[in-house]
Design a protein around this ligand. Structure first.
Ligand SMILES: [Zn+2]
Length: 253
C-alpha cells in the first residue's frame, strides 16, 4: 500500500480519536495530494476513528475540478463524477466533500487537508456570532499555528456547492493577504485545516480546538479581549515564530 495512504489513515485516526471530540461516526474527511494529478481522500461513510486503507480512495484531480465549472450537474451527475473520478478499482465512493478537498489541494496550496466537526469550534460557529470571533486573535499560539488570518464561509449545502464557495473564498483570501489560509471555518458546519504535512494538519486542528474552547470561555465570562492588530502582526512576523512554525510542520504532533 502507498505510504501516503497509510499516513492518511493514521492522521484520520488521530482526528477521529473519541476523547478529542473532533468527529464522531462518519463525520469529517481527510485528503493528501500525490503530486501526479491524483489525490487520496476518505471514502464516503467511513469513520475517521478506525479508518484503514480500504476506506481511502485515490481520485483523479481533473474531473473533480471540471465539475466545479459544470453548472448543469444535478445530484445524480455529481455521483457519477465521483464514481468516474476513481483512479483505481476501489469499490468505495469518495466522500461527497472530495470537491472541497480538491479545491484546498489546488487553490489552497495544501498538501494535506483535514476537515472535522469539532464540538468546540462548532459551539462558536453555530452561535449567532458565526466565524466572527475567530477573525481577531486572543493568544499568540493560535497565530503561530493557525495563521494570522482565517477564512470564513457561510453555511452552504455540503458537496459541489460548498466547494465552489470555498474556491471563491480562497481566491478572495489570497488576493487580500497574499497567502492561502491554514484554516477555513465553515459556519454551522466545522473547520478545515490546510497543511504542508499530516502533522501540521493535526496541530492546526488541536490548536483550533483549544482556541475555540478558550473563546467560548471568554464569551461566557464576559467579552474576549482581542490582541491589537499590530501585536498579532508582530507575532506573525517574528523570526523565532517562523522557527516554531517550521517545527510544527516537521515535528512530532
Ligand atoms: Zn463536514
Amino acid at each position: 500500500m502507498n505510504e501516503v495512504a497509510t499516513t492518511l489513515t493514521l492522521l484520520s485516526r488521530q482526528i477521529g480519536r473519541e476523547d478529542r471530540r473532533l468527529a464522531i461516526l462518519g463525520e469529517g474527511n481527510t485528503s493528501a495530494a500525490l503530486g501526479d494529478g491524483t489525490f487520496f481522500v476518505k471514502a464516503s461513510g467511513c469513520s475517521l476513528s478506525d479508518l484503514d486503507e480500504s476506506g481511502v480512495s485515490r481520485v483523479k484531480m481533473a474531473p473533480i475540478l471540471s465539475a466545479l465549472d459544470d453548472e448543469t450537474l444535478d445530484d445524480a451527475g455529481v455521483r457519477s463524477v465521483l464514481e468516474n473520478s476513481r483512479a483505481d478499482q476501489s469499490p468505495k465512493l469518495p466522500s461527497v466533500e472530495t470537491f472541497m478537498h480538491a479545491v484546498c489541494l489546488t487553490e489552497g496550496g495544501a498538501q494535506w487537508v483535514g476537515h472535522c466537526h469539532a464540538e468546540s469550534v462548532m459551539s462558536v460557529l453555530c452561535s449567532e456570532h458565526g466565524a466572527k470571533p475567530f477573525l481577531g486573535h486572543i493568544f499568540p499560539d493560535a497565530i503561530v499555528v493557525c495563521g494570522r488570518h482565517v477564512a470564513a464561509v457561510p453555511y452552504i449545502d455540503p458537496g459541489l456547492e460548498l466547494a465552489r464557495e470555498v474556491r471563491r473564498v480562497l481566491r478572495e483570501f489570497r488576493a487580500a493577504h497574499g497567502v492561502a489560509p491554514k484554516v477555513i471555518l465553515l459556519e454551522n458546519h466545522g473547520p478545515v485545516a490546510l497543511g504542508a504535512s499530516d502533522k501540521e494538519v493535526l496541530n492546526i486542528l488541536l490548536m483550533l480546538d483549544k482556541w475555540a474552547r478558550v473563546l467560548a470561555g471568554t464569551l461566557a465570562v464576559g467579552t474576549p479581549k482581542f490582541l491589537p492588530s499590530a501585536v498579532s502582526e508582530r507575532i506573525d512576523q517574528r523570526p523565532d515564530e517562523h522557527y516554531r512554525r517550521a517545527q510544527i510542520v516537521k515535528g512530532p504532533a
